[in-house]
Design a protein around this ligand. Structure first.
Ligand code: PLP
Length: 426
């Protein structure tokens, strides 16, 4: 029987098998009909502490019986208040920078980015109404970035076959070249020149571009990019949707560069990965530009489920785990285990460019036909699946971004399969 389900980023015409997962715990997915998969990519980079973490499950169950959902336009509830304060408390901060003191909830990484872009343009719009500056509209982006699949988020992401159908709807942006090793100064010079044209904002994935191929760049470049924006009064938006919640070895990647953005988008691991929720944090000037006795100035954005109480309860439980458990210690130990094994894998002649930041590890398979539309990634995915792993390579880039509970035995199994993939595909 064919299923009516239409899957994302999946070509139904190829009739590739669609595994049915029944249950999950820790780093393991249990398949219907038997068998398990190690979730090497945290189910699209969301699961942090492990699937079905008991503290998060309990918080969801408890909240579901108390208050499930509440209109959030002018009403509030305990879990949202707790999470907003918790996010403000842990957000990157520095003595000489406005803190991220305001939290706007939404429900996915893409919407958190949309909200960030709307806040940035709203800020300049309202300042122009007050005669404080000219309106600014242009957004600067980093080459090869990915910020989500809604129209605004696609506009600020890399253009390609994956968004060509909607190109008439995507707005024009200024693209700054990615700071490949040895080309950092060119990136900074291009940003400086673009900022002199008075754009509204610059949006970046801090320290590592995810869907663009797990491309890492140094903390000093992130710091200098933020400084250039500050010098030119250009809003600095950090998209911590992937990098947040410990993935890069610190709670947020911006911390490693001492950067406090004007606006920061978080999602994915905000609930430990159990249930959709996102947040866009803003500094006081952004909030104040929208706060007025004039109703026309309010921030025009919402969705029905803004700050859903069950999702907020899960996020509150996640924040408690971060406060009370040594999550960063767990991440450091896992990162070390990954680094040792990655170094061994890199000796295999089929692989090149090993790289790692925190608990994100990547390596490229040397392959003649490795483009986005080649069937290499799906074949690698199938190879891994037959051997008990859930992997989703990006072209010829195999990456791991596991839940932090992955143990040494599981890591050994993962890297043994990668060695075999090198033998089979190299
Ligand atoms: N921003 C970044 C950096 C991402 O990696 C992603 C998703 O992978 C998004 C935004 C979009 O998040 P979501 O898929 O939750 O809409």
């Amino acid at each position: 029987m064919t299923s009516p389900v239409w899957h994302p980023f999946f070509q139904h015409g190829l009739n590739e098998p669609i595994p049915h997962v029944e249950r999950a715990e820790g780093a393991l997915l249990h398949l219907a009909g038997g068998g398990t998969l190690i979730d090497c990519i945290a189910s699209w980079w969301v699961t942090t502490h492990g699937h079905c973490h008991p503290r998060i499950v309990a918080a969801i169950a408890d909240q579901a019986g108390k208050l499930d959902q509440l209109i959030f336009a002018g009403y509030t509830h305990g879990p949202a208040e707790e999470v907003a304060q918790g996010l403000v408390d842990i957000a990157p901060r520095a003595a000489n920078r406005d803190p991220l003191a305001h939290v706007f909830f939404s429900d996915s990484g893409s919407t958190a980015v949309e909200v960030a872009l709307k806040m940035a343009l709203g800020y300049w719009h309202n300042r122009a109404l007050d005669g404080l500056s000219e309106p600014r509209h242009r957004i600067l982006v980093l080459q090869h970035s990915y910020h989500g699949d809604t129209i605004g988020a696609m506009s600020v992401g890399e253009r390609g076959v994956y968004n060509a159908a909607w190109s008439p709807l995507l707005f024009d942006v200024g693209t700054i070249p990615f700071p490949h090793a040895g080309q950092e100064q060119a990136t900074l010079d291009a940003l400086e020149a673009a900022c002199a044209q008075k754009p509204a904002a610059f949006i970046v994935e801090p320290l590592i571009l995810g869907a663009g191929g797990m491309l890492i760049y140094p903390a000093h470049v992130l710091r200098e990019m933020a400084a250039i924006c500050a010098r030119h009064d250009v809003l600095f938006i950090a998209d911590e949707v992937m990098t947040g919640w410990g993935r890069t070895g610190t709670l947020f990647a911006c911390e490693q560069a001492g950067v406090v953005p004007d606006i920061m988008a978080v999602a994915k691991g905000i609930t430990g990965g159990a249930i959709p929720l996102a947040a866009t944090l803003a500094s006081p000037p952004i909030f104040e530009a929208h706060r007025s006795t004039d109703r026309a100035r309010l921030f025009y954005h919402s969705s029905s489920y803004t700050a859903n109480a069950i999702a907020c309860a899960a996020a509150a439980a996640n924040l408690a785990i971060w406060r009370e458990e040594d999550v960063l210690g767990r991440i450091a130990a896992l990162g070390q285990g990954m680094a040792q094994r990655l170094a061994r894998l890199a000796e295999h002649p089929a692989f090149a460019n090993p790289r790692q930041l925190g608990v994100i590890a990547a390596i490229d398979l040397i392959a003649p036909d490795a483009g986005y539309l080649s069937d290499l990634a799906p074949r690698l995915r199938a190879f891994a699946q037959e051997r008990g792993l859930l992997l989703r390579p990006l072209g010829n880039t195999i990456y791991l971004m596991p839940p932090y509970c992955l143990d040494a035995d599981q890591l050994d199994r993962v890297f043994a399969v990668l060695q075999k993939a090198g033998d089979a595909f190299g």
